[in-house]
Write a protein that binds this ligand. Structure first.
Ligand SMILES: Cc1ncc(COP(=O)(O)O)c(C=O)c1O
Length: 454
């Protein structure tokens, strides 16, 4: 269980603690569903990546895994970059005071407004996903009229089939990210030939939840093979942004490579493909997301009902589910479940733990072993839910998104508050509340401009 749980997890007097606080007390204080982040675990992960990769690598946190202002400040403190994929993520990072120079903007369908905003804010790098984007950028730069030009990377789709869930595979047959080497090469020549933008390097993100280090070596080699014949298109030090994808352990017994093993695999790929000799100076960038934050986090739910299921055991219905964690429905994601109100109880019965939403697929865990005396009011913890959970949450069934609490050394800090009914209704202009007044305020044409058609 150790690898799945946050580092500060302890059990005493029948209660589970994280960050020196009893989880049942945290749930009572902040309510449930609640995302709890063990700050020490998070800081340890950031440090382990830095130790594995050294000071020269551009360690970039993939913001899509989970973003909030408190996290962004930690990343800035520890010298990380951040990758964002939307105007909303960019805005969050900017308002957290993060240096825009250290932001990488990704996205396979960036709007004109997003490109303009990125240029106006001075983001450091933009990753070009498709050939027309060069013209989109030119238009955006003209609209903004800014002198600043972000560096560009071209996103490559290479012929690899990573062993992972097909929905999180982002290279190879049937995927729609980036460009084939031939198309990317022509785009690279076009950018370099025009001389308007600095073509800083190449980007490949093969997919997520990748357990096989050999895949990372192949990604590194593919980047070198792409850049080498085009070397003159890039600056003296070319950037090799090799994406993220390192797996996180979700279930007991799941083995995943360490940050060090991940770094070694990438280095081995670079070495084997002759990066030094063929490219000269290069800088490595990596973009881990889930492997940084997944196991720092857990979700707390309160049991609202226990009931027999016709011929299928018993169900425990909790106060969240699909709206705060769509991963079980999307990918059949499987998690451990712990009763933190009875941490010392023997897990002698299995339950189907279900969410509160109106779909039979809203199952948090189809078969969770828990103490038989588990009852309504107990608090369940789902570890491994720091990544792609809060970030993917929705307002389905009018259930507000959960709060997020950072815990460390006996203190809990609410870093994202729970959504209220007013938050939920704030955009409904017909309801006449405070949000409606906000919505009715005149806004500038620029703020409402739709994505420009190509
Ligand atoms: C471009 C890019 N970089 C990095 C990541 C992070 O992946 P992971 O969270 O699996 O490390 C993703 C995930 O989708 C991505 O699309």
């Amino acid at each position: 269980m150790n690898r799945v749980l946050p580092v500060s997890w302890t059990e005493s007097e029948g209660r589970a603690h994280v960050g020196g606080l009893a989880l049942a007390d945290i749930a009572a204080r902040f309510g449930t569903p609640l995302v709890v982040i063990d700050q020490r675990h998070l800081e340890n992960r950031l440090a382990r990546f830095r130790a594995a990769f050294g000071p020269a690598t551009g360690l970039t946190y993939a913001g899509k895994a989970f973003l909030c202002g408190a996290l962004v400040r930690l990343l800035a403190r520890d010298g990380w970059l951040v990758d964002v994929v939307s105007g909303g993520e960019l805005e969050l990072v900017r308002r957290a005071g993060f240096s825009m120079e250290n932001v990488i903007l990704h996205g396979n369908a960036k709007s004109a407004a997003e490109l303009e905003r990125a240029i106006a804010y001075g983001v450091g790098r933009i990753v070009i996903d498709h050939p027309d984007e060069v013209n989109d950028l030119r238009r955006a730069a003209a609209a903004v009229g800014a002198g600043h030009r972000p560096d560009l990377l071209v996103r490559l789709n290479v012929d690899l089939t990573p062993e992972t869930h097909e929905k999180v595979r982002t290279v190879g047959p049937g995927t729609h990210f980036g460009m084939s080497p031939a198309v990317a090469a022509s785009v690279a020549r076009r950018i370099a030939g025009a001389g308007e933008w600095c073509l800083a390097g190449v980007h490949i993100h093969a997919g997520s939840q990748i357990r096989d280090p050999a895949l990372f070596s192949r990604v590194a080699a593919a980047a070198v093979d792409f850049v080498a014949p085009l070397r003159l298109c890039f600056p003296e030090t070319v950037e090799l942004d090799l994406g993220g994808g390192l797996a996180a352990p979700y279930r007991v017994g799941e083995e995943v490579p360490s940050p060090r093993r991940y770094a070694e695999a990438l280095m081995a790929g670079l070495h084997r493909s002759g990066a030094e000799a063929r490219l000269g100076a290069y800088r490595l960038i990596v973009e881990p997301g889930r492997s940084v934050i997944a196991n720092a986090g857990l979700t707390l739910y309160t049991i609202h009902a226990r009931k027999p299921l016709d011929g299928a055991g018993e169900a425990l219905a909790v106060d969240g589910g699909l709206s705060d964690n769509p991963r079980p429905s999307l990918y059949g994601a499987s998690y451990e479940v712990l009763n933190v109100s009875r941490a010392s109880g023997e897990a002698d019965r299995t339950f189907r733990v279900v969410g509160r939403h109106c779909e039979s697929g809203d199952v948090v865990a189809p078969s969770a072993a828990l103490p038989g005396d588990t009852e309504v009011g107990d608090v369940l913890a789902i570890p491994g839910t720091g990544a792609y959970v809060f970030a993917m949450s929705s307002r389905y069934n009018g259930v507000g998104r959960p709060a997020v609490v950072f815990v460390r050394d006996g203190a809990a800090r609410e870093v994202v508050r729970r959504e209220t009914d007013d938050d939920l209704l704030a955009c409904d202009l017909s309801l006449g509340g405070p949000g409606a007044a906000r919505g009715a305020r005149p806004v500038s044409a620029a703020a409402v401009r739709p994505s420009r058609a190509r």
